[in-house]
Design a binder for this molecule. Structure first.
Ligand code: ADP
Ligand code: MG
Length: 238
């Protein structure tokens, strides 16, 4: 079943049409990567799905319902950015529980969900630490944990690893892929990094100047790139 559908969505900033009419369907449980060069509209597209940007025209559907006019907090999605703003004075436990406390969940429910999230993110031993006592990768996991406990219908990641050093990035790539395999939640992952796209995606959406050049599995894009842009970007010999 389709989890997220974009119908003839456009976005114009001033006179610049950053996203010309675009159609896209994202299936339930799929790990989709939006890849393309800097400035091609990846973040804009993700923000349109999240509701952080208003569409200029077109419709955004989640689980069949039109959410084009629905505020970000009511769309049931979780967004993880490259800069993970944790509360420095709060423990990991309190950071992860924060959105649940705001939503008024019972203490028992909060504790239980924190335990489950911490376990799936290998944070169980760090729950009583403050963010300053964590590595960059651990902090990023806390940020993901804070998104997990809200039980979102999809995760949206915008270049979440680009602030981490190379070695950590490889580890986190594997962790996010494993997290998807365990949770089977729909995930959309934005990156300009071809290796991340090829190693993480079920399906890749290649963007150039707001236009979808090709959609396919990593193998399909590698074997049968539609044009030289895709071929060049994905790194296949065509
Ligand atoms: P990417 O994430 O692929 O690097 P973006 O979606 O951030 O690209 O940006 C796509 C284009 O839209 C760029 O040319 C950028 O300058 C422009 N853009 C993005 N946000 C705004 C904005 N709020 N106002 C004006 N132009 C913007
Ligand atoms: Mg971006």
């Amino acid at each position: 079943m389709a989890r997220i559908v974009l119908e003839k969505v456009t976005k114009t900033f001033g006179t610049a049409e950053v996203i010309p009419p675009l159609d896209l369907t994202i299936e339930d449980g799929e790990f989709t990567v939006f890849v393309g060069p800097s400035g091609c509209g990846k973040s804009t597209l993700l923000r349109l799905i999240a509701g952080l940007e208003e569409t200029t025209s077109g419709r955004v559907l989640i689980d069949g319902g039109d959410v084009t006019e629905v505020s970000p907090s009511k769309r049931g999605l979780a967004m993880v950015f490259q800069t993970y703003a944790l509360y420095p004075h709060m423990t990991v436990r309190k950071n992860i529980a924060f959105p649940m406390r705001m939503a008024g969940l019972s203490q028992a429910e909060q504790d239980q969900r924190v335990e489950v999230a911490a376990e799936s993110l290998n944070l169980t031993d760090y729950l009583d630490r403050k963010p300053a006592q964590l590595s960059g990768g651990q902090r990023q996991r806390v940020a993901i944990g804070r998104a997990i406990v809200r039980d979102p219908s999809a995760f949206l990641f915008d270049e979440p690893l680009s602030n981490l050093d190379a070695a950590l990035r490889v580890g986190m790539r594997v962790e996010i892929t494993e997290m998807h395999a365990r949770m089977k939640t729909t995930m959309i992952y934005v990156t300009h990094d071809q290796v991340e796209a090829m190693t993480m995606a079920d399906r890749i959406v290649v963007l150039r100047a707001g236009v979808i050049e090709q959609v396919g599995t990593p193998l399909e894009l590698y074997r049968t790139p539609r044009n030289t842009f895709v071929a060049g970007f994905i790194g296949s010999p065509k």
